[in-house]
Design a protein around this ligand. Structure first.
Ligand code: ATP
Ligand code: MG
Length: 451
């Protein structure tokens, strides 16, 4: 008899889940651990949360946990039970009726564990375990698929993916995160139905995608699956466009922009910070549209160039991330990485004030890491990165950037008009301050030729 192994999991979580299950069992109900927790325990991974499935109807669950339950998902037979600092989804065994909108079942019927297993998405997610003996109850062949490393839809793959299109992205995520392969029929169904992913809300798509990017040991494999299946082009055509974009071989012996981007993502250990992961994904997003083959204006050297691709990339990143309804704060941070990713090339020539500002950016740690990977995954020249890290270390002992001596308000008091000119003036004055040439307001008035 195979048992689930929860030894790598939070034991307090496990105890709370077992105590919750015990209360239901004592009231005469069948109760099982279900879904992701059983899968992760069988893979000897730490489980993050524990889902409980039971024969008790939602009202019966509420009666057992009087005052300690929340009935948000009651229509789907799910009651949230609170237990100390933990909470558990307690779901009545059910079978889902016909699906209406490619995402939700029209009706649900309460039923038995066998049928409850059948309504789940993939065999690896359809296994139950006894909460007390930890013995496995497997109606769908999930254990064998875990052993073989296979993601397989339960029942007819085509039907399961037609019911709920988000399952296509879930299949890729589970395959990438667990380093499993997608079984042939499931894969074929994904390829056939890929365009339908656009019927799923962008929020859900973005959530699955960002999780995949942040959690997969090798995101390049996930990106290849997403591109080859035809899923990626539905929500990130700009990323698909990186595929096949040639780069000058002397700087990029690794190959096209797609390969380069995937290598960089693989170079960061999971779990990745979404700022860094998306920063890498989008850092060269401006390359396909700025591609040119031309001579250098001064040296005359002819080669592939991507003029102003970082600036273009910032705009594109903004468009993409707004379209995917990702949080604004995340977008601003990612744009910072994209916009500044080329700046370390001439860091050694920078004026001190400019360098200080660059190294004072909010996301400088991510930017430095992105730069290191950018070099490592191309020609391997780390000199720009090393210089920046040395400077960063040296600057640490200096006080933080001082507030600007001259502000917009002061300039207005002095008779200047707000506008782009004033912005330039403020930058010039602040640079002078950082260089040590401007120490008083008197000084500033002199520089501006005011009396
Ligand atoms: P993770 O929490 O790591 O994403 P999980 O398997 O726990 O993995 P959840 O979304 O928490 O995923 O769902 C819990 C369980 O509910 C799954 O294991 C699966 O059995 C079932 N499930 C979730 N989403 C779907 C779906 N879209 N279609 C069918 N079954 C699903
Ligand atoms: Mg889960």
């Amino acid at each position: 008899m195979v048992k689930a192994d929860f030894s790598r999991s939070d034991q307090a979580l496990l105890e709370a889940a077992s105590a919750t299950a015990r209360k239901l069992a004592d009231a005469g109900h069948t109760v099982l651990f279900a879904g992701g927790c059983v899968r992760d325990a069988l893979c000897r991974r730490p489980v993050k949360d524990i889902d409980i499935a039971t024969s008790a109807r939602p009202e019966e669950v509420e009666a057992v946990f009087k005052g300690r339950s929340v009935s948000v998902g009651k229509a789907f037979g799910v009651i949230v039970v609170l237990c100390g600092r933990y909470q558990f989804d307690v779901a009545t065994f059910r079978n889902d009726g016909a699906y209406i909108d490619g995402r939700h079942p029209e009706q649900i019927h309460f039923s038995c564990p066998e049928e409850d297993a059948q309504r789940r998405d993939f065999t690896i997610n359809g296994i139950f375990c006894d909460p007390f003996s930890r013995e496995i109850i497997d109606y769908v062949g999930g254990l064998a698929d875990i052993e073989r490393g296979i993601i397989r839809a339960i029942g007819s793959a085509r039907e399961r993916l037609e019911e709920d299109h988000l399952r296509m992205l879930r299949a890729v995520r589970f395959a990438a995160v667990m380093e499993f392969t997608i079984e042939a029929q499931t894969w074929q169904a994904i390829c056939a139905l890929a365009p339908r992913i656009s019927r799923v809300s962008v929020e859900r798509i973005a959530k699955e995608f960002v999780r995949t990017l942040c959690e997969a040991p090798q995101p390049s494999i996930a990106l290849n699956m997403l591109r080859e299946s035809g899923l990626l082009v539905q929500f990130l055509p700009e990323v698909v466009a990186l595929y096949g974009v040639e780069q000058p071989p002397q700087f990029h012996p690794e190959g096209d922009v797609w390969t380069h981007t995937g290598m960089m993502l693989d170079g960061v250990e999971a779990p990745r910070d979404p700022v860094l992961a998306l920063g890498i994904l989008f850092h060269d997003i401006g390359k396909p549209v700025t591609y040119s083959y031309q001579a250098h204006p001064k040296t005359g050297e002819k080669r592939i160039r991507f003029m102003c691709h970082a600036e273009k990339g910032v705009k594109m990143t903004g468009n993409i991330m707004s379209r995917l309804k990702l949080p604004n704060s995340l977008m601003v941070a990612v744009q910072e990485l994209v916009g500044h990713h080329m700046r370390f090339i001439d860091a050694h020539k920078m004026r001190r004030a400019t360098l200080r500002r660059l190294l004072g950016l909010d996301n400088i740690h991510h930017l430095l890491e992105l730069n290191r990977l950018d070099s490592l995954c191309s020609n391997g020249d780390l000199s720009g990165w090393e210089f920046a890290v040395d400077q960063f270390e040296a600057l640490k002992d200096e006080p933080a950037l001082p507030p600007p001596l001259v502000t917009g308000r002061i300039l207005i008091e002095w008779g200047f008009k707000p506008g782009p000119q004033m912005g330039l003036l403020l930058k010039k004055l602040y640079d002078a301050q950082l260089e040590g040439q401007l120490t008083t307001l008197e000084h500033a008035r002199k520089m501006l030729r005011l009396r």
